[in-house]
Design a protein around this ligand. Structure first.
Ligand code: NZQ
Ligand code: ZN
Length: 391
């Protein structure tokens, strides 16, 4: 196991009607003037936004609002949010929605207290200071409710890039699984896929002797395998939603990733797809992961074979472990398509002729040096081959 530090101070309020505690939570973490940030309208239609405002009003907490966050959130609204917060002297950001809304909130929180362009953080600068952020989560997926990360797309060049720093870990996150019951099946499935990707990206490690995190990851993958089909079949299944929601948080607050190197090449390769085609991140991952895994499998066949046996119930072929490894990758891919996820480029809306542009942006865009590091280091030629495998 590698040395590590782990700081995960988010206060979680989990369960039915937990959003009624929003005002109390904001006070607890020192907020007096709040920006309520939300997406394209699902929280308006569900009545959640009104309930949240009620909670703030009854705590005599002032607020301003900024809606309109798009899936794959854009830099334009972040600049708008920063300006609004400065003008209104906002001291707390409340994200009400999914990963996109939370990520946009984190970007605003970091940008408000920074003299330069907030995009510096999405070009490699660590976020060391930010306004406090709280979240009310409406989709189990990105894990941003417990993570130190934010992913934003810059309209100029359509670069989709991540920023990180413990300063943007939410101060509190309110997780009411019932709020996810209004999700369309496709979004539920995309969320499940993303959660599983966060687990796989950590499972693909070059560290050895990491039994505790291996076993945690396997447990969470098994949970997703059990609960995923149950919510697709019955979107109102509160208990299945609850298990998925907490698994989504645990998959990405890094409790499963400490002490081990991690991959993240599937994420980087996917981010180019959701930047160019505006597809759901999870849908892009359903197409990306199997291709990447088949491409890099030989680097450590036993890692894939272990997942195949322990998670997917494949029997181990000791003479030909690559057969077992491939069976496991196929089982993952079949599972995701069974939930309703796309399986290739055309189902995703991607085009073969765009591959050179995807590879250029992936490997060299926004200051990158031509290579992706991770479980296996990938250059432009590797990435081209991987995208072609998705056709
Ligand atoms: O915008 P609204 O109207 O709210 O609709 C959203 C959106 O259309 C809808 N939705 C959310 N909750 C709902 C609902 N519809 C009905 N009922 C509900 N309860 O679902 C759609 C997707 O929402 P979004 O916030 O985009 O989903 P998700 O949580 O999957 O976030 C995706 C973004 O997170 C990034 C992704 O790249 C993508 O940009 N990621 C962020 C990470 C992080 N910060 O740690 C890590 C991830 O790997 C990921 O990259
Ligand atoms: Zn993800």
């Amino acid at each position: 196991m590698e040395n590590f530090t782990f700081y995960s101070p988010t206060y979680f309020v989990f369960g039915k009607n937990s959003e009624t505690q929003t005002g109390d939570m904001i006070k607890r973490f020192g907020g007096s003037k709040v920006l309520i940030h939300y997406g394209g309208g699902s929280v308006v239609r569900s009545g959640l936004l009104d309930r949240v405002k009620e909670s703030l009003k009854s705590g005599n907490i002032e607020y301003v609002e900024l809606g309109g966050v798009k899936p794959n959130p854009r830099s334009g609204l972040v600049y708008e949010g920063i300006e609004l917060c400065r003008k209104e002297k906002v001291d707390f950001i409340l994200a009400v929605g999914g990963g996109s809304t939370i990520d946009s909130s984190k970007a605003i929180a970091a940008g408000v207290v920074y003299d330069g362009d907030f995009w510096d953080f999405y070009s490699g600068k660590l976020i060391e200071e930010a306004l406090p952020v709280g979240t009310i989560l409406t989709i189990a997926a990105a894990g941003s409710e417990g993570s130190p990360d934010s992913v934003i797309t810059k309209e100029e060049g359509m670069f989709k890039r991540g920023a990180t720093g413990d300063a943007i870990r939410p101060k509190f996150s309110i997780l009411n699984p019932a709020l996810t019951q209004t999700l369309p099946p496709f979004q539920s499935a995309a969320g499940i896929t993303d959660i599983m990707a966060h687990l796989y990206e950590r499972y693909l490690t070059n560290s050895t002797e990491v039994e505790v995190t291996d076993r945690l990851i396997e447990a969470l993958l098994l949970t997703m395998k059990h609960e995923g089909p149950r919510v697709i079949e019955n979107p109102d299944n509160y208990e299945a939603r609850a298990n998925i929601m907490w698994a989504g948080m645990m998959a990405h607050n890094n409790s499963c990733g400490v002490g081990r190197t991690q991959d993240w090449n599937s994420h980087d390769i996917e981010h180019e797809l959701s930047a160019l085609y505006d597809c759901a991140h999870g849908a892009g991952l359903a197409v990306t992961m199997p291709a990447v895994f088949r491409y890099v499998m030989k680097h450590n066949v036993m890692r894939f074979a272990q997942a195949a046996v322990r998670v997917w119930g494949c029997s181990m072929d000791f003479e030909h472990p690559e057969v077992t490894a491939l069976e496991g990758i196929k089982a993952l891919s079949d599972f995701l398509t069974g939930l309703g996820m796309p399986k290739n480029f055309s189902e995703l809306g991607a085009k073969e002729e765009d591959i050179p542009a995807l590879v250029e942006s992936l490997c060299c865009g926004n200051g990158r040096d031509g290579k992706l590091s991770g479980f296996v280091t990938l250059d432009k030629e590797d990435c081209t081959k991987i995208y072609k495998m998705m056709i």
